[in-house]
Design a protein around this ligand. Structure first.
Ligand code: NAP
Length: 465
């Protein structure tokens, strides 16, 4: 039976994190036909949308239109946004348990993995995660300094984040001017000396993590030639055998595309983008002044592991790549939250299908996870929809089995009173929409999709005017 919202039995849900996984979790809760939900979404930033705002590349505006879906979810009368409220600082687990039946963590993967090689902390060795956050205007990274005076850049990893970073370096200023890239980043990139970008994959072309649409973009850049070595594109015997046994259309297409690009030659565009395979970094070598001088790489070969996957191992041959900047782009990593069980090696909250579990594997009633903090940093934005559906399915089952948290005070006004005591500068969805409108208006004056505010105080001022 599809009951109206008024007659449904109602539960309070807190969602920590306002990225795609958090919004999709809210949507699944609202769509439930049997139970009703008051959903409060918290974010430590005054702005919502997580990586859609601070991760998705500025030249991928179409992907960002998913925020229209989130806007629609936020229009529910049962939805509230509390931006500028940090879990663990302004509110803790005990506070939430007092007010909510359901607490869903959707905090994403906020840091990066380390390579653990000598020289990783030299000046000029950066992480892709911080560079991405910087050019996207994330307030925590707006003051970060990148030395872009060097001509050659190595990006370790060949996933889609590495592709984003490579593309941003290769775009012309005219192209970047049409995006919502942070103003300071636009200026810095316009004055950058970067001319050669090397993406470094530890395995072969068939195993490259980038997807075909992203590869195609690299092959069609206005200001940079994509350069591939024909010999490196040819799959080795192990890969050929693997592909025969596990034929995959997208991999064949990827190899065809790479072959096509490898035949295009070096071209005559200003910048050059190289993709190299079967190389692993072993050391970042510094100059006397502590800056990066070069990157030492070992050549690899592939082998089939006991679980059937194709892995790489070093062969005894090293090369040195003369680069002045190194960006590691080898994956994001989750950050533990106070009082929430965490699996350190996986970088995720300890959970089973989204139910948060203690060290004995027992579900802690009322606690759930979704998105990257649940499954790790994989998949595209839409993957979070399915992921959140699984978590919400657990929520619904647990309601039926009376296995939720039992809050003492379910009055939704009392939460607001508590927040006013802890940090009265919290931001509602309506206030965020004022910021959104102002950013779009400022951007329009310059022919850009938006001009991002990157300072928390400035955002708060505009929101609370
Ligand atoms: P990713 O897809 O997991 O790629 C990580 C890369 O780092 C892989 O090439 C991996 O190689 C390599 N790597 C890992 N450890 C390494 C090590 N110790 N030394 C050298 N290389 C190492 O991660 P990501 O690029 O951060 O992307 C995260 C997720 O966001 C992905 O699902 C991605 O598709 C998605 N994303 C999508 C878009 C888009 O749709 N346009 C844009 C950005 C991100 P191996 O394969 O050998 O492990």
């Amino acid at each position: 039976m599809n009951e109206s919202n008024e007659t449904k039995e109602k539960f309070n849900a807190a969602i920590i994190g306002s990225g795609p996984a958090g919004f999709y979790a809210a949507e699944h809760l609202f769509k439930n036909k049997v139970y009703g939900f008051n959903v409060d979404m918290y974010d430590r930033l005054p702005t919502p949308f997580g990586l859609v705002r601070s991760g998705v590349a500025p030249d991928h505006q179409k992907i960002k239109t998913v925020t229209k879906v989130f806007d629609k979810i936020a229009q529910s009368p049962d939805f509230r946004f509390f931006g500028n409220i940090e879990f663990g600082k302004h509110i803790n687990l005990e506070d939430l348990k007092k007010h909510y039946h359901i607490i869903i963590f959707a905090t994403g993967a906020q840091t990066d993995r380390r390579m653990n090689i000598p020289g990783e902390d030299l000046k000029g060795s950066y992480t892709a995660t911080e560079f991405v956050a910087w050019y996207n205007g994330h307030p925590d990274y707006a003051d970060k300094q990148f030395d872009l005076s060097r001509e050659k850049v190595a990006i370790i990893g060949v996933g889609n984040v590495a592709v984003d970073v490579a593309r941003i370096f290769c775009r012309t200023t005219e192209e970047l001017e049409k995006t919502d890239i942070a103003d300071y980043a636009l200026e810095k990139l316009a004055g950058s000396n970067v001319k050669e970008v090397y993406m470094i994959g530890r395995r072969g072309p068939a195993q490259a993590a980038f997807t075909n649409p992203e590869l195609k973009e690299l092959g069609n850049l206005e200001g940079a030639d994509l350069i591939l070595d024909k010999d490196e594109i040819e799959p080795d015997e192990i890969t050929k055998k693997y592909l025969q046994e596990h034929p995959e259309k997208s991999t064949s297409r990827k190899l065809d595309l790479l072959k096509e690009y490898s035949e295009a030659g070096t071209g005559n565009k200003d910048k050059k983008l190289y993709i190299k395979f079967l190389l692993s970094p072993v050391e970042i070598i510094g100059r006397d002044d502590g800056r990066v001088r070069s990157l030492k790489l070992t050549e690899n070969e592939l082998y089939e592991s006991s679980d059937g996957s194709i892995r790489c191992k070093a062969v005894d041959n090293h090369i040195e790549l003369d680069v002045g900047l190194v960006f590691r782009s080898i994956g994001y990593h989750g950050v533990p939250l106070p009082e929430v069980p965490f699996n350190e090696s996986w970088g995720v909250i300890a959970n089973e299908s989204g139910r948060i579990v203690d060290e004995k594997g027992s579900h802690i009633y009322g606690l759930y996870a979704t998105g990257w903090i649940k499954r790790g940093p994989t998949g595209v934005i839409g993957t979070n929809k399915t992921d959140s559906a699984e978590t919400v399915k657990c929520v619904i089952e647990d309601i039926s089995n009376d296995k939720l948290n039992k809050p003492q005070d379910t009055d939704t006004d009392s939460i607001e009173r508590l927040l006013k005591e802890r940090n009265d500068k919290f931001i509602s969805y309506e206030q965020w929409q004022k910021v959104d409108k102002s950013e779009v208006q400022q951007g329009q004056k310059l022919g850009r999709p938006r001009l991002k505010y990157t300072d928390v105080d400035e955002i708060l001022d505009i929101a609370r005017k």
